[in-house]
Design a protein around this ligand. Structure first.
Ligand SMILES: Cc1cc2nc3c(=O)[nH]c(=O)nc-3n(C[C@H](O)[C@H](O)[C@H](O)COP(=O)(O)OP(=O)(O)OC[C@H]3O[C@@H](n4cnc5c(N)ncnc54)[C@H](O)[C@@H]3O)c2cc1C
Length: 438
């Protein structure tokens, strides 16, 4: 055997749990999937590598919910119902949600991240789902050529968990990749660039209240044009959170000296973590110096570098960029969205807006990986072309994907069939029955 290789010893692992439905990953998609499948009567286990739920929203300081609203007759209206609406209502009840505000041709809303984590945990546990933290799924169990569970690694070692249906809500399509499913990574080698979001505190709200997004962007641009500081991006946003004097800053663009970061490569990720923190300090300097009311701010913390795109599954339908632009509707639609294309490249964030009062839909088939049974996908890795993915990856749609996948998983078990054989129009009907609309 070569020096660069090592043969691990073969082992039989213990199967420590079993469930009807395994939900892999506890971001917005996973949370909604677990609650939805449990509510439909399934025995559900949600497995998460971290010690908290909400995925990138907690680990990468995302800070806002996008994709929830659309604009009708110049008014902000709720577009996505169901689980999204439930989470918003629960956050509002405890004073952890700001009022939504206009953002281009749609609207966004900010929230308190700790409350989001706690409410999500309560929702999952109260639905009857089991929760296993600190366990990374490292492989799938296969019997009769079909996934029949997952292999986890934790401080207890390597163990198996059996499940009839697996919902891949890992964001990176880990389960599809482990199962040998088809996926793409990037468009002709281009992956959207990540950002290291960070939170700042101690803003003097009285002095800062007059500053618009545009004002702040202009100040950043001027500092760069004067060659005073080298900021990788000047079109980012500082969002006011429900905590007094706090902003969540989505302003950085992380690259490997201009080259893309592959969010499934540990060396790229390591580089990104180091680079992202350095970038945050540069912005802190500019904000302190030039933004009125920001003189005494400090960075509370940076998030892990937030990855927008890695593996995207090849599903039974691939959402097209044109479907988004043309606000296309589908008979088997399970999700709708008015969020624009928001494609992060090195030099710009390309935004393509959908007409006010309109939205596009996503068919159920985007959640079904081709050629693998017993598996559904929910969240930012559903089947879509790149620009379409850059729109559909945001929170409200990920909640909605999860909710649809949860219902579909139970229907597949009830009908003793694989998700690929389900009738998407029936899932749509069930969702509308439950939520009044999608
Ligand atoms: C920088 C940045 C800014 C963003 N800003 C916004 C915004 O302002 N508003 C908005 O709505 N959206 C925003 N987004 C999009 C955001 O990613 C989505 O809203 C959402 O988090 C995607 O949900 P998800 O459930 O698909 O994946 P994730 O949130 O990525 O969750 C996946 C979960 O799976 C877990 N996991 C992964 N692999 C494994 C494994 N092998 N085993 C066990 N667990 C695993 C992870 O730990 C994680 O908890 C932003 C994204 C980035 C990167």
């Amino acid at each position: 055997m070569k020096n660069s290789e090592y043969r691990e010893k073969k082992r039989i692992i213990k199967v420590v749990e079993s469930a009807d439905v395994i939900v892999a990953g506890g971001g917005p998609a996973g949370i909604a999937a677990a609650v939805s499948a449990s509510r439909e009567g399934a025995n559900v286990i949600l497995i998460e590598k971290n010690g908290f739920l909400t995925g990138a929203h907690a680990s990468s300081h995302v800070g806002t919910f996008c994709g929830v609203f659309y604009i009708v007759n110049d008014k902000i209206e709720l577009l996505v119902r169901g689980f999204t609406e439930t989470i918003l209502n629960e956050l509002r009840k405890v004073g952890a949600l700001n009022e939504p505000f206009r953002f281009g041709k749609t609207a966004v809303v900010t929230y308190d991240p700790l409350w989001f984590k706690q409410i999500s945990e309560d929702k999952v546990l109260n639905s009857g789902s089991s929760l296993i933290y600190h366990s990374r799924i490292v492989d799938v169990m296969i019997e009769d050529d079909k996934p029949c569970g997952v292999i986890i690694e934790s401080k207890s070692g390597r163990e198996g968990i059996r499940g009839k249906i697996i919902i891949d809500a890992t964001g990176d399509a880990d389960i599809v990749a482990f199962a040998g499913g088809d996926y793409s990574k990037g468009d002709n080698g281009f992956l959207q660039y990540p950002s290291t979001n960070f939170r700042i505190a101690n803003v003097n709200e009285e002095k800062a209240s007059e500053l618009s997004f545009k004002d702040i962007q202009e100040i950043m641009k001027k500092a760069v044009n004067r060659k005073e500081i080298d900021l990788p991006r000047t079109d980012g946003f500082l969002f006011k959170t429900p905590r007094y004097g706090e902003r969540v800053c989505n302003v950085t663009t992380v690259s490997k000296q201009g080259k893309i970061i592959d969010g499934t490569n540990k060396f790229d990720l390591t580089y990104a973590e180091i680079e992202g923190k350095r970038q945050a300090r540069k912005y802190e300097k500019v904000f302190r110096k030039y933004l009125p009311g920001f003189e005494n701010i400090f960075i509370e913390d940076t998030g892990e570098t937030g990855i927008r795109e890695t593996r995207i599954i090849e599903g039974m339908y691939k959402l097209k960029n044109q479907d988004v632009i043309n606000a296309k509707k589908f008979n088997d639609a399970v999700v709708r969205s008015a969020w624009p294309i928001e494609q992060h490249s090195l030099d710009e964030v390309k935004m393509v807006w959908i007409g006010e009062g309109d939205f596009y839909e996503v068919p159920f088939r985007c959640l079904i990986p081709r050629n693998i049974e017993n598996l559904l996908v929910a969240g930012r890795c559903v089947s879509a072309e790149q620009e379409a993915q850059s729109s559909v990856r945001v929170a409200a749609q990920c909640f909605a994907f999860g909710e649809a996948a949860g219902i579909a998983s139970v229907m597949a078990i009830e009908q003793n069939t694989s998700p690929s054989k389900l009738n998407g129009e029936e899932i749509r009907r069930r969702l509308i029955q439950k939520n009044g609309n999608l």
